[in-house]
Write a protein that binds this ligand. Structure first.
Ligand SMILES: [Zn+2]
Length: 200
């Protein structure tokens, strides 16, 4: 085996048989430095420096795992929150689509407000606003407009889109539609946000 003096770095060839199995004190013949030398690892019991090295290895492994978890959580967020992410970065939509991940507008936090209906003969002019009640920007949903007579018959049904494709948090966007209806005096109008697939 080879022993290196830790002080003058002179290398000595030593017969490992002559060295105590648990290590022993040796003296450098060049610089007289005295240190505790250990036989080759295969002969020695686990020693403190060896254990310390293992601990560092585990710490590093833990750090790598932690970073992988962070990256995974980040990527997971990009998958699970893709509806919100693409409301802020619409340019990412084709990328998601190419990965087979569809983007659908969410309707649970969108509300139709300021609904106004005005009849002129058989023409119903319907306007209002679609409000985004969430804390994040959102894709606008389509609006299912249904005109129903008193006896429950659907007179007219139409899907329309509001003016803006993306509605900022807490903001509303207007919509307007003109429908041809009969017996307009007796008709009831409902406007319901419906999820649509966003492909832009
Ligand atoms: Zn020495």
């Amino acid at each position: 085996m080879l022993l290196t003096c830790p002080k003058c770095e002179t290398i000595f060839r030593v017969d490992s048989q002559n060295l105590n199995v648990n290590g022993q004190t040796v003296r450098c013949s060049i610089c007289s430095h005295v240190w505790f030398a250990l036989p080759p690892k295969s002969d020695a019991r686990p020693t403190k420096p060896y254990l310390a090295k293992k601990v560092i290895g585990w710490n590093r492994m833990g750090a790598i795992l932690f970073i992988l978890l962070l990256v995974g959580a980040f990527a997971g967020g990009f998958v699970h929150q893709r509806v919100i992410v693409t409301a802020y970065f619409p340019g990412l939509i084709p990328g998601y689509n190419s990965l087979g991940m569809n983007i659908f507008s969410k309707t649970d936090e969108l509300a139709v407000i300021d609904l106004r209906a005005a009849y002129t003969g058989d023409i119903l002019r319907l306007g209002g606003r679609l409000q985004n009640n969430s804390a994040f920007d959102a894709h606008a949903a389509d609006l299912l407009v249904t005109v129903t007579s008193n006896d429950g018959t659907v007179i007219n049904e139409q899907t329309i889109s509001p003016d803006d494709q993306i509605i900022a948090a807490g903001v509303s966007t207007p919509f307007f539609v003109q429908l041809s209806v009969e017996k307009s005096d007796e008709a009831a109008v409902t406007v319901l946000p419906i999820a649509k697939r966003i492909t832009r």
